[in-house]
Design a protein around this ligand. Structure first.
Ligand SMILES: Nc1ncnc2c1ncn2[C@@H]1O[C@H](COP(=O)(O)OP(=O)(O)O)[C@@H](O)[C@H]1O
Ligand SMILES: Cc1ncc(COP(=O)(O)O)c(C=O)c1O
Length: 271
């Protein structure tokens, strides 16, 4: 039987407020008409009684491997998105799982650490991700901090510097690098660049506020994944992802948490 349903597979963590992580990924897949399949790597629960600090629990590596086996045996996906992995042991098992079968595209959102917590980033996790998963990725979507870290540069303040850093990351393996300037790159626009060999595509929309919005990065990479699963070319998928994410940032959902989250895949009911 020919398989016509686009399967979008994600290996990522749970973000328990629902704004980011696998929750955002699966909503984005649904919004774009792909059948979402997920493998859970870790659980992040912000602590409302302690300044919304991150509580982090990894899923047992064998359980990650078991979920992977169940998912790929059932659906034989050709596209996978990798979100938060969290520990070197998880990275080991995910890298081995990815290597066990062929992929058309591996979309890596290199979540080194959750939004706002970058300065405490765990170096061993960063190194494991760079050494083991980055070379398997065909598309990587670092934010500004992750771009600086992966490219090994101290400063990115202009579009040229962003493109230059993206090219350095491309030298580490992935064919396509989407470096996200987002709200962090100085200037009036949220600018991202897609570098594919000598081709550079610049994606630009006016910044919507000055704040980072939870789930923006997850939504962006998930939308790329869904569009590729549906058969789009990478540059087209990235264009759709920018549109979907911009709309989600505009429509953002406020809550009792001190940060807003991207709103995709749900409609506001009029009261
Ligand atoms: N305030 C904003 N206004 C418009 N676009 C935004 C805003 N914040 C993020 N984006 C866009 O959302 C996507 C995810 O970016 P970013 O927030 O930098 O990623 P991450 O969540 O990985 O840190 C990018 O396309 C970025 O340009
Ligand atoms: C499990 C998980 N994945 C991914 C992220 C990154 O989310 P964002 O899309 O806001 O960069 C977070 C951040 O809190 C997270 O907890």
């Amino acid at each position: 039987m020919t398989q016509h349903t686009p399967i979008a597979y994600v290996i990522a963590g749970s973000e328990s407020t629902g704004g980011a992580g696998i929750q955002a990924d699966l909503r984005t897949f649904q919004e774009l008409g792909a059948y979402g399949v997920g493998t859970l790597t870790c659980i992040v629960s912000f602590d409302p009684r302690n300044g919304w600090a991150h509580r982090f629990v990894p899923v047992d590596p064998q359980v990650v491997a078991d979920q992977f086996e169940a998912a790929v045996t059932t659906h034989e996906p050709s596209v996978v998105k990798i979100g938060m992995l969290g520990t070197p042991a998880t990275i080991d098992v995910v890298a081995a799982s990815l290597r066990s079968r062929p992929w058309e595209h591996v979309v890596l959102d290199p979540v080194l650490i959750c939004k706002g917590q970058e300065p405490g980033a765990a170096l061993d996790t960063d190194t494991a991700l760079r050494e083991q998963v980055l070379p398997l990725a065909t598309i990587v979507t670092p934010n500004l901090f992750e771009t600086r870290t992966l490219a090994g540069v101290d400063r990115i303040e202009t579009l040229d510097e962003l493109v230059d850093a993206a090219r350095r990351i491309r030298d580490l393996g992935p064919q396509y690098v989407v470096a996200k300037g987002g709200v962090e790159l100085p200037g009036p626009d949220a600018v991202d660049v897609l570098v594919d060999g000598d081709d550079v595509h610049v994606l630009r929309v006016p910044k919507i506020g000055e704040e980072r919005v939870s789930g923006a990065g997850c939504t962006f990479a998930a939308a790329i994944t869904a569009e590729i699963a549906k058969g789009s070319a990478v540059a087209d998928a990235v264009g759709v992802a920018k549109d979907v994410t911009t709309r989600g940032v505009e429509d953002r959902i406020a809550s009792n948490a001190p940060f807003d989250a991207v709103l995709v895949g749900a409609r506001r009911a009029s009261r």
